[in-house]
Design a protein around this ligand. Structure first.
Ligand SMILES: [Zn+2]
Length: 243
């Protein structure tokens, strides 16, 4: 009996088995971004031609209509999934773009930023993830610069999930509307999820106006993430970035 237990515990901790576990991916090493497409057939899109993040540059002037935001306070839970820290959002907040309603599901953070703007990286980027009723995705991205303390995020930072698997209740509810700046002009391009399975066909909107976060707030999120969680810049290929 003892022998069997020992064997099964060896198998469970074997690096070989971990490599074969299709769900396992990371930001460095053998399961890092350069290998995502090889880790599982489910991750084949990670080698696609319309991947995110990108360096936003070579902008094409376009008549971009304002995004119609209908947000209310709804961030009720702060989780750490080992890849990011994420604020899950109650139903009832949405954006309207291209005549389609996309519901806000969650927003999460990358340190440092994933997208670059004219070659510039930012200390942090937030992704507000939305889906329409057909499962089409729209991500609103917001860049943060180090400076003043972010008051709305401070309400969530109090409940920072420090370790993988932590789920903390947020009280009061966080208001995504108060995290976004007043001016919501944006850059637009087509891209993908920036994590496996790297699904393409995602509408990306990067807000031009940056937000602010303090050095102490950055330190706190870095501590919870334990490592950088930005996928490297992907080739733009034939895509246009609209402004
Ligand atoms: Zn993201």
């Amino acid at each position: 009996m003892k022998k069997i237990l020992l064997l099964s515990s060896l198998l469970l901790t074997s690096p070989l088995l971990q490599a074969n576990d299709t769900s396992h991916w990371s930001y460095s090493g053998h399961a890092g971004p350069q290998h995502w497409a090889e880790l599982s057939t489910d991750y084949a899109s990670c080698a696609g031609l319309n991947q995110s993040p990108i360096n936003l540059t070579g902008f094409i002037e376009a008549d971009l209509k304002p995004i119609d935001f209908s947000y209310q306070p709804g961030g009720y839970q702060f989780i750490n999934n080992g890849h990011t820290v994420q604020i899950n959002y109650k139903k009832g907040s949405s954006i309207k773009i291209d005549g389609i309603d996309f519901n806000l599901l969650q927003f999460h953070f990358h340190v440092p930023s994933e997208n670059h703007i004219n070659g510039k990286s930012y200390p942090m980027e937030a992704h507000f993830v939305h889906a329409d009723t057909n499962g089409n995705l729209a991500v609103v991205a917001l860049m943060f610069e180090e400076g003043k303390k972010n008051k709305e995020l401070a309400k969530a930072w109090k409940y920072m999930p420090e370790s993988e698997g932590d789920k903390n209740k947020l009280n009061p509810l966080i208001d995504a509307n108060a995290v976004l700046p007043a001016n919501r002009d944006y850059y637009r391009f087509n891209g993908s999820l920036t994590t496996p399975p790297c699904t393409e066909g995602v509408r990306w909107f990067v807000i031009k106006q940056t937000a602010s976060i303090s050095k102490e707030q950055l330190k706190k999120i870095k501590h919870a993430l334990h490592h950088q969680n930005n996928r490297p810049i992907q080739a733009t290929h034939a895509r246009a970035v609209l402004k």
